[in-house]
Design a protein around this ligand. Sequence first.
Ligand code: TYM
Length: 336
Amino acid sequence: MADKKRVLSCIQPTGDMHFGNYFGAVKNWVNLQKEYTCMYGVVDYHAMTMPYNPKKLKENTWELIYNLLAVGIEPENLFIQSLVPEHAELGWILNNFASFGRVENMTQFKDKSQQSSAGKEGFISVGLFDYPVLQAADILIYRADYVPVGEDQKQHLELTKEIANRFNNQVGKEYFVLPEMLRTVTPKIMSTADPMKKMSKSAGEKHNISLFAEEARIRKQIGSAVTDSGAVPEGELSVGIQNLFTLLKAADKMAAHDSLLQTYQEGNLKYSELKATVADTLVELSADFKQKKEALVQDKKSIKNQLKQSSHEIRLRAQQTIKEVKDLCGLSNVRF
Ligand code: TYM
């Protein structure tokens, strides 16, 4: 039987998982597990690139693991990035195949460096700059065929392919697989507080709705969602309203979506009715996940052991790649 195709994706432990993460990427991760060999990383090395608190980083890492298990990720497919240090080793090697000019142009670096320099010390780390190369290493180290991510990762995926191509050309072998991006039907969820911005953890609390938030908070955030954002061409939805419809679509509530859209087109839609439907939908989904998480946190010890084991198994694949890459690059490769 032919080998299954490989899927790799990752998420940063920088706070609670939000509906943007879930609808834009993680929901797909769950479904892909049925068909492919999947590896999903909680990327704690990445979370060091912005000012952070070490104690909080460890807490966030485990919190995110429970979140991911609660939404349906299988423990054997999950790993913690820093337990597979070969990611950092490949990252260093790939630095030498990445164009400075291209890395300098990454929009996420520009956005985040602005946030970082607006902080207390006005400090921007080299890690933040180099982040996309480590991301390329995360993907290429497993020779992944598919990478399920939200729209905001498109540029990083393109850079990954360029790095893989340059590496392959230089070593004279089609060693790295050029990975393909996989999108959900809703690859970009916007902030309900400012629908011109994407929903994100780094933009601040009001710009994301946690998947595990209290019911009252979810209702409040949807209830105060911005709906009017300047002039909208005749017949089109404002970005805020569009985003609320997108949330219904993302949650597979197509009957409610279509009937509310029809009411809108007839000119009879009450925004309060749309908001109440969206809030009910998110609350229902969240309640289910919270219940699953509650059961999981009863058994922290066995989850820790599972993650240790799965990270170890996944590491063996990464070690194999590093060995081959070192040979191809002319680096020494002896066993001590
Ligand atoms: P992160 O942690 O910001 O987000 C995790 C995943 O959620 C998606 N996402 C969204 N999708 C739709 N709408 C949104 N508002 C939204 N916000 C986030 C992201 O696209 C992502 O798929 N650089 C990555 C982490 C990473 C990675 C990797 C991803 C590191 N190495 C290797 C894939 C492969 C990041 O910061 O994602």
